[in-house]
Design a protein around this ligand. Structure first.
Ligand code: SAH
Ligand code: SF4
Length: 409
């Protein structure tokens, strides 16, 4: 994710686990029940002949097993009769996607490479998801698309064409499988497994800051986040879910109204001429329009602020004047400012600002009354940076292939 990982510091010794079996049978051609609304689940029950009177109740039972207990095998759904479980298994799947690899950084950051099956005429796709443990909380950074149609010049994902949107199932699966691997679901077979703990969850926060522009995949992102925040399921508070956008202005207020999560804006520049270059969507929706959409975001208050992300690019957007303009621009908007040290990638034309410059910039922002955390580097040794996700995975796999070839020789 954006947060700060420096690929120049690759650590070849970081543990990589490859070919971990999914927790149930590998995903097959059967339609999935993950990512369906309750109504759609009830329709699925109709398809396999569940009488109308029972459909809603069965849908609730399934919801509970899928999202509270986190099971990925119908056989574990003990309050559903055996013959119905068999029918479900015949018609549908709830298996997790394949984990291609899992890497664990020396600082506890984890990165997974997941493979999702082909959709239609396409090929299987690979997506990376990053988990960042912190004192008292843990943040999962998830992807919304494979590649991106936008071309922000400092972001490596932006150099890759959009392969496709992820489905609601694929967005949710990133959360489910991360919780499996972290042991963050209760033991499904115990009575405690029926309750969502209010404290101590390892995945306590979600950020849509992986690959892709979430507001260009609005319907699937909305569906997945509404399921993730459902109080009878995964129960992640909407206050702990943050959607980051480069500035798809017409969808911003809609996201607030229909999803209701926290908002982050990839601002990165305070002048249109520069933002046109760094975040080219600015040519369509310039800073003024973007900030007006932010002002209209529903429910803003000092307790519910918008996060403005600002990547620190040496000699490009990091002057004291930029900092002063930034605080002037955001006046009147309940805001937090996140300064992100630039994560370089091969062939990128930018450098990260010097540390002293970042601190001076942060001081100006602080003096204006904003807390402006500088995101500290995490998981550097496993290439977990945003904007580098896909390329890093390709490189990692090449390394794995070479290692495998070496071992076989
Ligand atoms: N497409 C969405 C969300 C994914 S990018 C968006 O642009 O907001 C998540 C964050 O990472 C954005 O703020 C993005 O600008 C930032 N980012 C991308 N590449 C980066 C890099 N190389 N170094 C630091 N931050 C980067
Ligand atoms: Fe896409 Fe966000 Fe990267 Fe821009 S910063 S290219 S919108 S992923």
């Amino acid at each position: 994710m954006a947060i700060t990982l420096d690929i120049a510091r690759d650590n070849p010794n970081a543990p990589t686990v490859t070919g971990i079996a999914a927790s149930a049978s590998p995903q097959d051609e059967k339609p999935t029940l993950i990512g369906l609304t309750r109504e759609e689940l009830a329709e699925a029950m109709a398809e396999i002949g569940v009488p109308e009177k029972q459909r809603r109740m069965r849908a609730s039972q399934l919801w509970h097993w899928l999202y509270v207990r986190g099971v990925s095998d119908f056989a574990l759904m003990t309050n559903i009769a055996k013959d119905l479980r068999a029918k479900l298994d015949e018609a549908f799947t709830i298996a997790r996607p394949e984990i291609v690899s899992e890497q664990i950084s020396v600082d506890g950051t984890r990165k997974w490479l997941f493979r999702f099956p082909a959709r239609g005429a396409g090929r299987p796709v690979e997506v990376e998801t990053v988990y960042i443990p912190e004192e008292g909380r843990g943040t999962l950074c998830i992807s919304s698309q494979v590649g991106c149609t936008l071309t922000c010049t400092f972001c490596h994902t932006g150099t890759q064409k959009l392969v496709r949107n992820l489905t609601a199932e694929e967005i949710l699966s990133q959360i489910l499988i991360a919780r499996d691997r972290l042991g963050d679901f209760p033991d499904a077979s115990t009575p405690q497994g029926a309750i969502v703990p209010s404290e101590g969850r390892l995945v306590s926060n979600i950020v849509m800051m992986g690959m892709g522009e979430p507001l260009y995949n609005f319907d699937n992102v909305k569906k997945a986040l509404l399921i993730a925040s459902d109080g009878e399921g995964l129960s992640l508070s909407k206050r702990r879910i943050t959607l980051s956008t480069s500035g798809v202005v017409p969808e911003i207020v809609r996201a607030g109204e229909e999803i209701g999560c926290m908002l982050a804006i990839s601002l990165h520049a305070v002048r249109d001429d520069l933002r046109d270059v760094l975040v080219p969507i600015n040519k369509k929706w310039p800073i003024k329009d973007l900030l007006n959409a932010c002002r209209a975001y529903p429910g803003l208050s000092n307790a519910k602020r918008i996060t403005f992300e600002y990547v620190m690019l040496k000699g490009v957007n990091d002057s004291n004047q930029d900092a002063l303009d930034l605080v002037r621009l955001l006046k009147g908007i309940p805001a937090k400012i996140n300064l992100i040290p630039f994560n370089p990638w091969p062939g990128s034309e930018y450098e990260c600002s010097d540390w002293e410059r970042i601190e001076e910039f942060a001081d100006i922002v602080n003096r204006a009354g904003y807390a402006s955390p500088i995101r500290t580097p995490r998981g550097r040794d496993i290439f977990a940076a945003c904007g580098q996700l896909k390329s890093a995975s390709e490189r990692m796999r090449k390394k794995d292939r070479e290692a495998a070839a070496g071992a076989g020789a």
